[in-house]
Write a protein that binds this ligand. Structure first.
Ligand code: HXC
Length: 517
């Protein structure tokens, strides 16, 4: 046995060495960690258990059978993160460039199979040259398997991708199919469907790797990346922080935590954070920080579509998803990107039993040919759909402007909001005062001897009627008008009341209906 154990140890040491010393050195020289170093940072010390350690490519083409690398370019297994089980696949760039072949894909498939059986999150650390060219169609089939697993797991277990290297071609689609993408800034990290060389040939466009697919581009322009970080260590910390807000699967509640904040405290400075003059802009995040436990807010998509703010926080220890208009950007109006950003976030929260809190201050949708041609109708509909579809508790607080379609899109009673509050500064109407008056009094204004004076007068009348919460409240469309300082209290109370909320939807397939009856 001693001899056998010695042999096993030496084989394991070989597996642990990945692509070997030179490749590890090259990896470090690029400022990157190895697959195993990343795993060591991710899991609680000593909790990682590896699976399919000795698996290797079965392919014989292009001399692949002569390679003697274990693991097939990916390290797979499970461990504990803050005491909770989570699964990982971490691509090993030192071994065959972390490329995805048949065995590599089946290792990822095994991770998903186990994670789905036990209901635990998957963290994918991507660092790969993409489809392994030597394995031809088998490696494409492998990607199909990964994508299918991503989709089957969607809404069942949380999936987080850390982009810790390159991703080119179809390889970018697994990260995109997962719930959250964390990407490291720097030359060694990029993702694009088509690289700079082909871009140059096809379009004559000269663009660098980073300008085409670096973290800054994806976090601020394309919206592909949810969290941009400065280092791999920070990427791992962000994944852990994100998991602290999420249940392990869709059958669980999100984790309660005693945050130490006073449950029924008043919101300090709420009145001074939000200017009553609706022409003045402010940063809605200041209000979010003031309302939630200890000011801790994990903002998602911080650098993209900043006219809407979304993210996770706790109120009296309970996790909530915040959706808030931010007048500091585009006056808080909703556009295509804002609608996409919000819709995706709302659907995630709904899948994982996270109550939604809307904080409303929006003048409406952004007008103009750019938005209309690109499909604000199509994209805006996604946000309405997401809120209406969601069966988690939905609480709305209108702090200032709430106009037109955007009023509905931010979750109102008829769309399914459970409770809706307004501050005394709320303004709720079909459209803003000037636009409304110009439509309602078009003829009168044309005929007026002093149209400016008349416009002013009519705007003042309109404001008196609608630029307040009471007209809507009288119709029963607002549950209560509250003092700003009580915002946290009412959210807390509504969350507690809605704890056992159950709401059903019509089955969408005959077999679904049959299984209910
Ligand atoms: C096989 C590959 C490979 C690939 C890299 N390698 N990509 N082997 N198939 N796709 C190997 C290299 O030969 C090298 O092997 C090792 O991995 C490290 O690669 P280097 O080129 O030395 O590293 P670096 O200089 O850092 O460049 C990294 C890189 C480059 C930018 C990713 O390797 C590259 O451009 N690779 C091709 C990327 C690509 O086009 N992939 C296919 C995309 S299409 P040795 O033996 O020297 O260590 C795709 C389709 C998916 O993925 C479809 C899903 C639907």
């Amino acid at each position: 046995m001693d001899k056998l154990i010695e042999e096993m140890k030496s084989l394991k040491a070989k597996a642990m060495a990945g692509g070997g010393e030179d490749k590890i050195k090259a990896q470090h020289e690029k400022g990157k960690m190895t697959a195993r170093e990343r795993i060591a940072l991710l899991f609680d010390e000593g909790t990682f258990s590896e699976i399919m350690t000795f698996a290797r490519t079965q392919s014989t083409e292009f001399g692949l059978d002569k390679t003697d690398l274990y693991g097939d370019g990916v390290v797979t297994g499970w461990g504990k993160i803050d005491g909770r089980t989570a699964f990982v696949y971490s691509q090993d760039f030192t071994s065959l460039g972390g490329t995805l072949g048949e065995m590599h894909a089946s290792k990822i498939g095994k991770v998903y199979e186990l994670a789905l059986k036990v209901g635990a999150p998957v963290i994918g650390i991507n660092d790969s040259g993409g489809a392994r060219i030597q394995e031809g169609a088998a490696s494409l089939e492998g990607y199909g398997l990964v994508f299918k697993n991503n989709v089957m797991a969607s809404g069942v277990i949380p999936q987080i991708t850390i982009m810790a290297g390159p991703a080119a071609g179809g390889a970018v689609y697994s990260p995109a199919l997962t719930d959250f993408l964390i990407m490291v800034k720097g030359d060694a990290y990029y993702m694009f469907v088509t690289g700079p060389e082909i871009t140059k040939v096809v379009l004559g466009e000269d663009v660098s790797m980073q300008d085409l697919g670096g973290a800054v581009v994806h976090a601020s322009k394309s919206g592909v990346v949810h969290f941009m970080v400065d280092s791999e260590q920070e990427a791992i910390n962000t994944a852990k922080r994100l998991l602290s807000y999420l249940p392990s699967n869709n059958m669980e509640e999100p984790p309660y935590m005693d945050t130490g904040d006073t449950n029924d405290r008043e919101v300090k400075d709420a009145e001074s954070i939000v200017p009553t003059d609706s022409a003045k802009t402010f940063d809605i995040r200041d209000l979010v920080y003031a309302v939630v436990d200890n000011g801790e807010f994990l903002e998602v998509h911080k650098h993209w579509a900043q006219n809407i703010t979304v993210g996770f926080a706790r109120v009296a220890g309970n996790v909530v998803g915040i959706v808030a208009n931010n007048s500091a950007y585009a006056s808080g109006a909703i556009d295509i990107d804002a609608a996409d950003k919000a819709a995706r976030f709302i659907r995630f929260c709904d899948a994982f039993n996270i109550p939604l809190v809307s904080i409303v201050d929006t003048p409406g949708y952004i007008p103009g040919t750019d938005q209309e041609y690109r499909g604000i109708i199509r994209h805006g509909a996604k946000m309405l759909y997401a809120f209406a579809e969601a069966t988690v508790p939905k609480i709305t607080v209108v702090v200032r402007r709430s106009y037109g379609g955007a009023h509905i899109a931010m979750s109102i009673k008829s769309l399914g909001a459970d409770v809706i509050y307004a501050w005394p500064s709320a303004e709720i109407a079909v459209t803003g005062p000037e636009g409304a008056v110009r439509i309602l009094y078009k003829k009168e204004l044309q005929a007026a001897s002093n149209p400016d004076e008349l416009l002013k007068q009519r705007i003042a009348e309109y404001k008196k009627l609608f630029a307040n919460p009471y007209w809507a409240a009288k119709k029963g469309l607002i549950d209560d008008v509250i003092e700003p300082k009580d915002t946290r209290k009412v959210i807390m109370s509504a969350l507690s009341m809605l704890k056992n909320k159950r709401e059903y939807r019509y089955p969408k397939k005959a077999w679904e209906y049959a299984s209910l009856t």
